[in-house]
Ligand binder design. Structure first.
Ligand SMILES: Nc1ncnc2c1ncn2[C@@H]1O[C@H](COP(=O)(O)OP(=O)(O)OP(=O)(O)O)[C@@H](O)[C@H]1O
Length: 267
């Protein structure tokens, strides 16, 4: 399938996806196994060019959902296609079509200078050298990584590392970027750099972005569409305006907190 053909379709098409985990409880010898639904049932369609933020309280199932979308976890139920592929069956091919960053972990090589880590990424994604040189120069400039290219990843600050991870995720020019908490732990300046970079990427290259966050600043500055996940199901899916309209007298934080509290407010 050509790039044009799969960008014409939805980037993400999830229908009723869910994931159960089997956990052992109690003390030996009375340990019993219990099936826990981390994600009950999620319907989500993301169209090319959208920026969608996924919010939800701790343990709601956001990361598990992102792991299903990127092929790290296979769904227990439901049907899922991402960039035209079934993620858990076509993980390697999917990796060449999407970029992924999990904010709590790095995809870079801890002991290598950032430059070498990015060079290794090029080999992993089989990006031709000339294409890589151009993209590498562009991304490292936009993300202000020049002074840190010789620094081992372990010595980078969280903000520098996050910018390095974003560069690694974008070197192969994916049409979809999946970010799990990309601004976690960052200071206001680093957050602003990353937000304006993502907005530009979406505006100028049309990259589709799906991100999870607890930071409503990410939502207000970047996204027109918000999906709230609560206890493994979608509690709200709509525009920022629709979210505000739920309680016009309150700020967005209060509206979102209300959704988490009663989990109720299903559309
Ligand atoms: N490997 C696992 N084994 C058992 N339970 C798990 C596993 N991974 C996640 N869970 C459980 O699934 C539920 C959803 O977790 P998940 O990490 O997807 O939530 P989240 O919305 O990303 O939370 P947070 O905002 O705190 O990162 C939680 O109750 C969690 O304990």
């Amino acid at each position: 399938m050509t790039t044009e053909e799969h960008t014409a379709r939805a980037m993400v098409e999830a229908v009723g996806i869910g994931r159960d985990f089997t956990v052992a409880e109690g003390r030996f010898p009375r340990r019993v196994k219990r099936v826990v639904p981390a994600v009950r049932s999620i319907d989500l369609t993301v169209r090319p060019g959208e920026i969608v933020a996924c919010l939800g309280p701790n343990g709601a199932g956001k990361s598990s959902t992102m792991k299903m979308l990127t092929g790290i976890l296979s769904p227990t139920r439901g049907s899922l296609r991402v960039a035209g592929l079934e993620p858990s069956r076509r993980r390697t091919t999917l990796a060449r079509r999407i970029g992924v960053v999990f904010g709590q972990r790095t995809g870079l090589w801890w002991d290598l200078p950032l430059r070498d880590s990015l060079e290794l990424t090029r080999h992993l994604y089989r990006v031709p050298a000339a294409e890589h040189a151009h993209r590498y120069a562009e991304l490292t400039e936009l993300l202000e990584l020049g002074p840190f290219l010789s620094t081992p990843v372990r010595q980078l600050s969280l903000g520098q590392r996050m910018r390095g991870d974003l560069t690694a995720a974008l070197l192969h020019n994916p049409r979809l970027l999946v970010l799990d908490e990309p601004t976690i732990g960052l200071d206001v300046v680093s957050k602003a750099t990353i937000r304006s970079f993502l907005a530009r990427l979406n505006r100028e290259e049309g990259t589709t972005i799906l991100l999870t966050t607890h930071d409503l600043g990410d939502v207000e500055r970047l996204c027109e569409r918000v999906v709230v996940i609560d206890r493994g199901s979608v509690a709200f899916d709509g525009g920022l305006d629709g979210l505000r309209a739920r309680d016009p007298g309150s700020d967005i934080e209060t509206v979102v907190a209300g959704l988490y509290r009663d989990g109720a407010a299903r559309p």
